[in-house]
Design a protein around this ligand. Structure first.
Ligand code: CTP
Ligand code: CA
Length: 228
């Protein structure tokens, strides 16, 4: 079958993508997590694989089939995701951090199921900060991939996203307004505004599959612009 791929620039490139939520154990039967469905990351993985890229998808627990041609690495916690990513990051041409990584984990995971006590009406969990996966990838001094982040915000979308672009030293960030039920998280649709040093592009609300292709096109364009 003869066809021209929509994304010729991705042919033969290696993409490392994170997707989904992470789960931070409290005890053997409980965890902290978030509402990420993994759909955006899986759509990016599928579109990149269709474009002829070698795709590794490091994912937290999600209810989605593995896209054809994608190598899937399942993890649970942010620490596991961090180590799975750092093992592979230097071999990647492009890293896309689409996962909703839990910012904190429980300081001391209980070995046994925690019991409700009659004396305590309050329970305090102490949390400690997780490693910042994308910031660690972007900080690689040797063989650093082109690094793309996502920012899910409920307010001050542009300023928070631009701040993350600078602070984490990303090449591109896709800002996503998750205050609306019409897009983001469990929705099949999403709209994003992408920011990079000295530029931005709004991508209108559309199915996540179509949006994934548009984001990959933008990434390919930005990589071409960066090259002298
Ligand atoms: N990210 C990551 N590791 C973390 C936290 C976030 O790799 N421990 C990545 C996400 O995958 C995303 C980007 O960083 O690509 C922005 O995530 P976000 O949660 O919006 O940023 P934070 O720095 O955690 O800021 P916030 O306080 O808004 O949660
Ligand atoms: Ca966060």
């Amino acid at each position: 079958q003869l066809h021209t791929p929509a994304l010729p620039a991705l042919q033969g490139k290696t993409l490392l993508i994170t997707a989904g939520p992470t789960r931070e154990a409290i005890d053997p039967v409980r965890f902290l997590s978030n509402h990420s469905s993994g759909k955006m990351g899986f759509a990016l993985a599928e579109a990149a694989a269709k474009a002829g890229a070698k795709v590794q998808l490091v994912t937290g627990p999600v209810n989605l089939p593995t896209p054809v041609g994608v190598e899937r690495i399942d993890v649970q916690s942010a620490q596991q995701m961090h180590s799975a990513v750092m093992q592979r990051a230097s071999a990647a041409d492009i890293f896309i951090g689409c996962a909703a990584v839990a910012d904190y984990r429980v300081a001391e995971v209980a070995e046994q199921k925690m019991k409700k006590t009659s004396s305590n009406d309050e329970l305090t969990l102490t949390l400690v900060k997780n490693p910042d996966i994308i910031a660690d990838v972007a900080a690689l001094s040797y063989q650093r991939p082109f690094t793309v982040g996502f920012a899910a915000e409920t307010e001050n979308l542009a300023s928070y996203a631009k701040d993350k672009l600078q602070r984490k030293k990303l090449d591109l960030i896709c800002a996503n307004d998750v205050s609306s039920k019409e897009q983001g998280f469990h929705s099949e649709h999403n709209a994003i505004t992408a920011y990079w040093q000295g530029g931005e592009l709004a991508l209108e609300r559309q199915p996540k599959t179509a949006l994934a292709t548009a984001i990959l096109q933008l990434i390919a364009q930005r990589i071409q612009q960066q090259q002298p």
